[in-house]
Ligand binder design. Structure first.
Ligand SMILES: Cc1cc2nc3c(=O)[nH]c(=O)nc-3n(C[C@H](O)[C@H](O)[C@H](O)COP(=O)(O)O)c2cc1C
Length: 309
């Protein structure tokens, strides 16, 4: 079964791995690409030297397609990064956290396929005006940086699709065959998975965070920094419950974040994750996540097709 993004990106399974600071590095991204999906290298950590090393490492880890996310707000010189990506023949880029008009025209000039990440219909309009090839449409149930007033995937994805004729990758709440089939039924061409990839064997983050996702119920996430930037959906901990209850801005302290990400100290920083944490019951390999999601999705679509007769 082909979708527009499998054709466009040369992948077998229409699953894109989410860009996630420090997590979406070459080990995880190459595992996703080798399993038939599209691995993405992050830049939102802002550590461009490390990111460049990861980009160069990808060549030795996979011969399949992969891409890079440019998180504009977090990258000091995004224009220079665009040139670096073109020199290194990166064929697919997602842009996010900033005005799409800033980078999309140059990326297109360089022959790069570019999707912009959007949390609202207004964001989609701006991205289309900037000339994107497609959109990553993010619902509020997803983990990570969010527009606190955003709508859920079930509302936002079909609304965007009804207005613009470009391929859409649905993000926020997608984790397995049933949720993926739902995205395709809404008109999306594929899904992006964030939280599911955090709790994968190849994710570099500490086991405590993975286990907290496995243990979480569907009600165990909160949005912190609601009145500041960036608002974030995170796992509910003592720290994030306190942050949710205050109007004070959350400080993103890199030293503390590293203690959380790689030391497993869950109360020193915000452990981002989406509501789908409540649907993740074990840590799985990337290969197993992608192959079972795609096999189940296809079988559901076949079954639904037969019900229409
Ligand atoms: C731990 C974590 C970190 C994230 N970091 C980023 C980021 O750096 N840049 C970005 O554009 N999105 C980020 N996101 C959002 C994801 O790209 C993705 O859209 C979202 O996770 C999809 O929803 P899901 O968590 O329900 O799969 C992050 C998500 C998580 C869970």
């Amino acid at each position: 079964m082909r979708t527009r993004i499998t054709e466009m990106l040369g992948i077998d399974i229409p699953i894109v791995q989410a860009p996630m600071g420090w997590i979406a590095r070459s080990r995880l991204a190459s595992a996703v690409s080798n399993a038939g999906g599209l691995g993405i290298i992050e830049t939102s950590s802002g550590d461009l030297e490390a990111v460049k090393t990861e980009i160069l490492a990808m060549r030795g880890l996979t011969s399949k397609p992969w891409g890079v996310n440019i998180a504009q707000h977090f990258v000091r010189n995004p224009e220079a990064l665009v040139e670096f990506l073109a020199e290194n023949e990166v064929a697919f880029v997602t842009t996010s956290a900033g005005d799409p008009a800033l980078l999309v025209p140059r990326l297109k000039e360089l022959g790069v396929t570019v999707f912009h990440v959007i949390p609202t219909l207004r964001g989609a309009e701006k991205a289309i005006d900037a000339g994107v090839d497609g959109l990553v449409v993010e619902g509020i149930e997803g983990g990570g940086f969010k527009n606190a007033d955003g709508a859920s995937s079930l509302v936002l994805v079909p609304e965007v699709i009804s207005r613009f004729d470009v391929p859409v990758v649905a993000a926020g709440g997608f984790v397995d065959g049933p949720s993926m089939a739902a995205a395709l039924a809404l008109g999306a061409d594929g899904v992006q998975m964030g939280t599911r990839m955090v709790a994968s064997a190849e994710s570099p983050i500490h086991d405590n965070w993975k286990q907290a996702i496995v243990d979480a119920k569907e009600t165990d996430t909160v949005i912190v920094n609601r009145h500041h930037r960036p608002a974030m959906r995170t796992l509910r901990t003592g720290l994030t419950a306190a942050l949710e209850a205050t109007d004070e801005p959350a400080i993103l302290d890199i030293e503390k974040m590293m203690k959380l990400y790689f030391g497993g100290e869950m109360e020193v920083g915000v452990a981002m994750a989406g509501q789908v944490s409540g649907r993740i019951h074990s840590v799985e390999t990337v290969e197993s996540i992608l192959s079972s999601a795609w096999a189940d999705c296809r079988s559901i679509l076949r079954d639904l097709g037969s019900r229409a007769d």
